[in-house]
Write a protein that binds this ligand. Structure first.
Ligand SMILES: [Zn+2]
Length: 286
């Protein structure tokens, strides 16, 4: 097995040598390595009565208004799958590098599965731009804002019913209004209050290095982050098993596209940044 592309290591080390900030953007690929499906594929399909729903039809505010109980059942089922997964070496490497770069590290994640937080990444520097499936929030916009999904739903399965008592327990603990999953839906837009979108762009503007991990660039804020970093002249490293739009940005930025898994590339790359010795992985650059 080859070691980590020495150019990538050199680019990363040089970029951060003068106290610059590191921004890491993660997507579904890093969670797939922990066994979390994207839910945009067959795992996300859902049957209500005799109708089969595509995930893009369910993950909307409109669907929630129409059938909140069914949408909660779908999210509780997805959440149980996420909770059964465990963080992998990629998540752990990101959690380990954060304290080594105090005030200079931001993790922007598209993943709602909470695996970064469970791996130990901090609340302050982990911007969950699509929300977190472990949290709910008041549909009435009261002061309660976000709160954890109540206990008792951790093993919720596809065939489980949500009776009146269960559904009542999902209400806002402060005002009693219905609560909703704290996730960004397809018919909604990014904002700062719930999804830290402005913070993510501000941190990108100041980045000395951007590492993109396991994302296909399907949503617009991640691509804006990539283009913002490119404009400011900082290098981009793209870690992905497959080609994707960030690979081209990485090459244009003077960075590298590293073809490998997050669980092998990140420990090697980030270990080098904090002076660790981990360097036994097998990506190749292109
Ligand atoms: Zn409330």
């Amino acid at each position: 097995m080859d070691s980590l592309d020495p150019d990538a290591r050199e680019i990363a080390t040089a970029a951060l040598a003068d106290g610059g900030a590191l921004v890491v953007l993660t997507g579904a690929g890093i969670s797939a390595e922990s066994g979390v499906p994207t839910f945009r594929g067959p795992e996300g399909y859902w049957t209500i009565g005799s109708r089969h729903y595509h995930p893009q039809e369910l993950a909307t505010a409109a669907a929630f208004r129409r059938m909140p109980r069914e949408i909660w059942r779908w999210y509780l089922t997805r959440r149980a799958i996420c909770r059964a997964a465990t963080p992998n070496a990629g998540h752990l490497a990101l959690a380990a590098v954060e304290p080594a770069l105090p005030g200079r590290f931001t993790l922007v994640t598209q993943n709602v599965d909470g695996l970064h937080r469970r791996a130990g990444s901090s609340s302050a520097d982990t911007l969950q731009i699509h929300g977190n499936i472990d949290e709910a929030r008041c549909t009435n916009g009261c002061s309660a804002d976000r709160f954890p999904v109540p206990a008792g739903f951790d093993a919720f399965g596809r065939d489980d019913a949500l009776d009146d008592d269960d559904f009542a327990r999902l209400a806002c603990p402060s005002c009693g209004a219905p609560a909703r999953p704290h996730v960004l839906w397809f018919d909604e837009t990014y904002d700062e209050a719930h999804y830290r979108a402005e913070s993510a762009m501000a941190r990108a503007a100041e980045a000395a290095l951007l590492i993109v991990v396991g994302t296909a660039g399907a949503t617009n804020l991640p691509m804006q982050i990539g283009h913002r970093v490119l404009r400011s002249g900082a290098p981009i490293l793209d870690v992905n098993l497959e080609d994707n739009p960030f690979a081209a940005l990485a090459v244009r930025s003077g960075g590298r596209a590293l073809r490998g898994s997050a669980a092998t590339v990140l420990p090697a790359l980030l270990g080098a940044l904090v002076g660790g010795q981990d360097s036994h992985s097998a990506p190749t650059s292109c």
